[in-house]
Design a protein around this ligand. Structure first.
Ligand code: NAP
Length: 286
């Protein structure tokens, strides 16, 4: 059997990890350790179950033990910001950090979710300039994705959410970068010439796989339909898009690229995307 590490950890091994709760389901260790092995990097990455009241101590541990990098996931992405020495401007605007880089004892926070999403989407479907985009949802993921989409110079951006006030509030935050409107789902049917639909809600995620976040009769063959959910890989929304002849983009790409950008911040090396994807796809089958 293939060994987990290109070499066994030794006294030079650089340490990485992910803090979250729950965390046992995380595919980040499989993906990141594969990336280290693929690039011949002497490093290991582990998952740490960190409870809400333990975050401060966990961050002190990063400093004391000289971890080079940490990913942060639910429920710590917002709270961790005030424990760091510096938060990058994009992460501050989004209001959440998912990646920490330890620069000689100085902890710097980044958010690679939105950038990772856009990099994956562009790689699979092309430029977003001039596109008319409908984002479904206004939660944490929508904030990262919304700001990153707005920087790609789309022609228009709408944010539709069940709780309309959250859509309006997020649209207001994004408006300086691109014309953005927050709406309720009741107004979606009135939108014309939408090029791209992005589902950032959890609707359709396992175990509720039969749900879709909007009426799929809205989808037309010229559209790109993108879903942040990657469990299942093909959601009911994406299956509907494919059957109509639209282009479907799955959430797996976002997961891989958010990790790839974190890897690049930490190591300064280009991320081995294909190997990372292979590792995650394999782990999802198990
Ligand atoms: P969140 O902050 O809790 O936001 C959830 C969003 O879903 C809100 O807009 C919420 O609307 C909406 N929603 C939930 N249930 C709904 C329902 N029954 N009908 C209509 N809207 C509903 O969660 P999040 O962190 O943004 O994550 C959202 C999804 O993105 C999750 O499925 C997560 O797995 C996925 N995600 C994927 C990646 C990736 O790498 N691919 C990364 C991050 C997140 P209200 O505001 O009205 O409650």
């Amino acid at each position: 059997m293939d060994s987990l590490f290109s070499q066994l950890p030794d006294s030079h091994t650089v340490l990485y990890g992910v803090f979250g709760n729950p965390i046992k389901h995380s595919k980040s260790p499989v993906m990141m350790n594969r990336a280290f092995r693929e690039t011949g990097t002497n490093a290991v990455y582990a998952a740490f179950e960190v409870k809400q009241d333990q975050l401060r101590e966990a961050i002190q541990g990063v400093r004391a033990l000289n971890y080079r990098g940490i990913n942060v996931t639910i429920p710590h992405k917002v709270e961790v910001m005030r424990l760091l020495d510096h938060v990058d401007e994009d992460a501050r605007r989004i209001g959440a950090v998912n990646t920490i880089v330890n620069e000689d004892g100085r902890l710097i926070g980044y958010n690679t979710d939105g950038l990772g999403y856009v990099r994956s989407l562009k790689e699979e479907t092309g430029s977003l300039q001039g596109k008319r985009i409908l984002v479904l949802g206004a939660g944490g993921a929508a904030r990262g994705v919304g700001f990153a989409l707005a920087k790609e110079q789309p022609a228009a951006l709408w944010i539709a959410n069940r709780t309309v006030e959250k859509a309006v509030s997020l649209a207001k935050d994004i408006s300086p970068y691109c014309e953005t409107t927050g709406i309720g789902y009741d107004r979606v049917a009135d939108l014309h010439s939408v090029d791209l639909i992005v589902n950032t809600t959890s609707v359709g995620m396992h175990p509720h796989v039969d749900a879709t976040p909007l009426d799929t009769t809205f989808i037309t063959p010229n559209m790109i339909v993108s879903d942040l959910v990657y469990n299942p890989l093909t959601t009911k929304l994406l299956a509907a898009a494919k059957s109509i002849g639209a282009t479907a983009h799955s959430g797996l790409g976002m997961f891989i690229y958010q990790g790839a950008i974190a890897f690049e911040h930490w190591t300064g090396k280009p991320a081995p995307i294909a190997a990372m994807r292979e590792a995650v796809e394999q782990a999802l089958k198990e």
